[in-house]
Design a protein around this ligand. Sequence first.
Ligand SMILES: *Cc1c(COP(=O)(O)O)cnc(C)c1O
Length: 431
Amino acid sequence: MNFYSLNKQAPKVSFKDAVIKGIAPDRGLYFPESITPLPDSFFDKIEELTNQEIAFNAIHQFVGDEIPNETLRAILANVLDFEFPVVQIEKNIAALELFHGPTMAFKDVGARFMANCLGYFSKGETNEVTVLVATSGDTGGAVANGFLGVAGVNVIILYPSGKVSDIQERQLTTLGQNITALEVAGTFDDCQKMVKTAFLDEQLLSKMQLTSANSINVARWLPQLFYFLFAYKQVKSQGKEIVFSVPSGNFGNICAGMVAQKLGMPVKHFIASTNINDTVPEFMKTGEYNPKPSTPTISNAMDVGDPSNFIRIRHLFQDDFEALSENLSSYTFSDSETREAMKGIYSASNYIADPHGAIGYLGLKKYQEKHPNTYGIFLETAHPVKFLDVVEEVIPQKLSIPPQIQKVMGKDKKSIPIETYQELKDFLLSS
Ligand SMILES: *Cc1c(COP(=O)(O)O)cnc(C)c1O
């Protein structure tokens, strides 16, 4: 399949080139040329299919013949080797747990899928690909884990010194091999600025093939649509209209859910739940898009003031505000509301939500005030243990540390401190 740039000033490219380039030369995001609905029989019989079969049917049209079918199946088997359970916690409310992967963040699936595709495309190529990524926490671990040992691919992760949790830092600094962590004296925004500058640096680009592993990359963005299909398979028998509430930061996950809907999945409505970084909730209120600098919150993976994938959502609806509003609501919640929700969920259902999932829950509750007869699913995007400080402060219970996390706790951190863009550039040119 071909992908075009949403800025419309760059040539169409194949799936392979979209994955390798990450972003179009005109700085636009790549978008699939067509989205063909799956046959009704797929949804009628979805409960008879394995997750891998569901995923293959859903992603095949976007990959086309650029990866042979049996290789694509093998990649999916590798990527999807854990569970995605829907856990009912109240009448008509369930959590879709996306945190059972190797780094316990939902980004594991996208990062692994992209790593496998890039690994396949790099076979037989003499030029190495360098993946450059900035992280505020969870992306770094998932990317490091997904790309570890992939031949022909070097991964450089920039993270803000002292601003990620201990667990997150270990996940991205202890693996070694083809993964290098650069510890930036600055904020996440500083890291992201450096990465953006590198992608515009002609001198660098002439010397190396740089790509990004953020959700702007189609191979990280699109496989997230699997989650919604896996959830549908599990709750279809409830016979109710389904709504999804997605805790959103860069809006890649929810946008992938909307692609699943375009593939024909029956879903009544989407709710984009955010923390106080409310650019999209404001847009849905006023029709005006005003990006702003991000504000730190306890749901820090969603501290985004200018969500990069929202443009893809607008495009899915041909920028028709009415049509979009019929399908999407967006609500914003403060840190104190988030803490209250975590407490409330725990005392009512004995369920421990992480701060991101709690915001998803709040968005769902708000929507269901007016639509009580729907079956609501909120996405639990990270295991609560990854936000231990916040969770243990709010919930009167000690969390046990899962084996995936224990594995990294004893390992030694290895990072290279940098302060300026020039240091990043020197590092890239010398490596
Ligand atoms: C990345 C992340 C999000 C936000 O996902 P987007 O696709 O960027 O909207 C939400 N929760 C957690 C835990 C995350 O790591």
